[in-house]
Design a protein around this ligand. Structure first.
Ligand SMILES: NC(=O)c1ccc[n+]([C@@H]2O[C@H](COP(=O)([O-])OP(=O)(O)OC[C@H]3O[C@@H](n4cnc5c(N)ncnc54)[C@H](O)[C@@H]3O)[C@@H](O)[C@H]2O)c1
Length: 341
């Protein structure tokens, strides 16, 4: 494709601003327009044409090649499908959609229009993630016996302000979609699909803040062998505590921890010496709360490599689909989802 690749961003909130920054600072990409339904949202600073609805943006001049979608979760699928139909490639913030049918519809539309879908799963680029992926792929740990993922974060009334989409079942989808889908992606990327899922949920201190559970204990088997569990909660007082993964394998054990799986806490593997890893990027900082890794520059580098140099997509639509589909199966029968009639 012709360089610079032209981008538009829809949804200029916390993470949309980061997308705009990533596009603006790379020599091979150019931000040509932005779209947000909230005109008050300090958009003039971008010095590009502004739109307050998708339809106008898609008819806009200047034309663009890629739409970066950073709107609330519940709108990802409809925006992506319209953009793909209009001949744009799309970058979709996580989660790709809130149900597997919508995710499949995105894939089908991309196939029909021969356009590309990039999902944002930027935690995969953290040095500990790349390291554990490589030792698993080389078989250094041997058979995987057991995997335990713990995600303990704080999301309280400072986060669920009531003035936005957070906590709303139709737009947010639930704790596993919004807070912890990165870690479901990590699990699927490292160990593959799961089966025999048993889920327990509770809502300890979000009854007036969200339409869903705040905590869960999930157990399952991996199709590739071994068993696993995910323990998660957003009820932690005051601040994020950890996101960790502990792996017990035939030849050794590893624990990756920190707030968002950014530190190797334990590594003891037969005949193996742990290399020194690069430093992880800091967490995305949203003021009162912190999120996942600030690795969006890697996402954009991959988008440009794919569109300019025909390289492989690192986090493709099939992976985005699987994350949604696994969460859907985990949530099946969750009594804490307040489905509005
Ligand atoms: N990859 C990550 O680590 C990461 C981090 C944070 C958020 N996210 C994802 O990014 C998305 C946005 O999250 P956020 O925290 O930036 O939310 P936000 O509320 O800060 O921003 C959303 C923006 O979208 C705008 N918007 C809403 N509906 C729109 C529509 N139909 N058309 C145009 N604009 C619209 C809002 O006015 C707002 O400016 C969510 O899907 C979230 O899950 C990903």
């Amino acid at each position: 494709m012709k360089v610079p690749i032209k981008f538009a961003v829809i949804g200029l909130g916390h993470i949309g601003k980061r997308h705009a920054e990533m596009i603006s600072r790379h020599a091979d990409s150019k931000l040509v327009s932005i779209c947000d339904i909230d005109k008050e949202n300090n958009l003039a600073a971008y010095n590009v044409p502004l739109f307050d609805n998708l339809e106008q943006l898609l008819l806009s001049s200047p034309e663009f090649d890629v739409l970066s979608i950073a709107t609330p979760n519940g709108s990802h699928a409809s925006i992506a499908i319209k953009a793909l139909s209009a001949g744009k490639h799309v970058i979709i913030e996580k989660p790709m959609a809130l149900n597997s049918q919508d995710a499949q519809d995105i894939i089908d539309q991309a196939d029909r229009n021969k356009k590309k879908v990039f999902c944002v799963m930027q935690n995969r680029y953290s040095p500990p993630s790349k390291w554990i992926k490589s030792i698993l792929d080389q078989g250094i740990l041997g058979d995987v016996y057991s995997v335990q993922i713990n995600c303990y974060w704080n999301r309280d009334e400072r986060y669920y302000t009531g003035k936005n989409w957070r906590g709303d079942l139709a737009q947010d989808g639930g704790t596993l979609f919004t807070q912890f889908s990165h870690f479901i992606d990590m699990m699927f990327w490292l160990f593959g699909d799961i089966t025999n899922i048993q889920s327990r949920f509770n809502d300890f201190n979000h009854k007036n803040l969200s339409d869903f559970e705040d905590s869960g204990i999930i157990q399952f088997d991996f199709l590739n062998g071994g068993m696993g569990s995910i323990n998660y909660s957003t009820s932690v007082w005051d601040t994020n505590m950890e996101s960790s993964i502990s792996i017990i394998g035939e030849n050794g054990s590893v624990k990756i921890g920190g707030q968002y799986m950014n530190e190797i806490e334990y590594c003891h593997i037969k005949n193996y010496e742990m290399p020194v890893l690069e430093k992880s990027s800091p967490a995305n900082d949203y003021g009162t709360y912190k999120g996942s890794a600030a690795n969006h520059h890697f996402v954009y580098q991959n988008v440009l490599d794919v569109l300019i140099n025909d390289m492989e997509i690192d986090t493709n639509a099939k992976d985005g689909f699987k994350v949604v589909e696994i969460i859907e199966r985990i949530y099946n029968g969750n009594p804490y989802l307040k489905i509005k009639k």
